[in-house]
Ligand binder design. Structure first.
Ligand SMILES: Cc1cc2nc3c(=O)[nH]c(=O)nc-3n(C[C@H](O)[C@H](O)[C@H](O)COP(=O)(O)O)c2cc1C
Length: 184
């Protein structure tokens, strides 16, 4: 029997974290979501585990970080999600998600979210050399067609230290809010 933790009395947000330089600040999104009444669970790509403070995040959310598939005999560590925020979303994960590749747990959750109709927002964080690849614009277009809400971050210059001051973690919640409200 593979039971999930009880559905908490509040809506539950999955924050999918990818391996971008800014991922270490994901606590800001978790805090903002919790302040707005969400329960939060974090799903990290395997590469992203090297960018985040797993112990601190687990303390903040009260749930284990998920990164690998569980064994069939193991219980589900997180309640089901009411919405998903992918932040930061890497070039790699955006392209694989749009192509239907499911070789990380994070991608597996994202690929299935479309079929389940789970509201999903993604905040890409990448540089302009990555964004120039033709596959990237095609991936964004496909994700938009799927109903994924895409953040407004303009890619930073390569090797220029990123644009953390311009990256608004709260935008994920702003994008999701009307969709989630309309379902209530
Ligand atoms: C220090 C460092 C910073 C990185 N920053 C970014 C980034 O901002 N955006 C991005 O798309 N990739 C970035 N990468 C490359 C990704 O980590 C790499 O493509 C990785 O395979 C992404 O894995 P994931 O999509 O499964 O998380 C960075 C890599 C390193 C080592």
């Amino acid at each position: 029997m593979t039971q999930s933790p009880d559905r908490p009395g509040k809506p539950f947000l999955y924050v999918v974290v990818c391996a971008a330089g800014i991922a270490g600040d994901v606590a800001r999104l978790i805090t903002a979501a919790q302040d707005q009444g969400w329960g939060v669970g974090v799903v990290a790509t395997p590469q992203a585990l090297g960018f985040i403070d797993a112990t601190a995040i687990e303390g903040q959310t009260g749930y284990p970080i998920r990164s690998a598939w569980r064994l069939p005999s193991e219980p589900r560590p997180l309640p089901p999600s009411d919405a998903i925020a992918v932040a930061p979303a890497t070039f790699n994960t955006i392209n694989k998600w749009a192509a239907g590749i499911s070789d990380t747990l994070a991608l597996g959750i994202l690929c299935e979210a479309y079929g389940f109709g789970i509201p999903t927002a993604a905040l890409p964080y990448l540089n302009s050399a990555q964004a120039a690849h033709p596959a990237y614009q095609q991936s964004l277009a496909r994700l938009r067609e799927m109903g994924v809400l895409i953040g407004s971050y303009e890619p930073h210059q390569p090797k220029a230290g990123g644009g953390a001051d311009r990256f608004r973690w709260e935008e994920a919640l702003e994008l999701l809010h009307p969709v989630v409200e309309a379902r209530r």
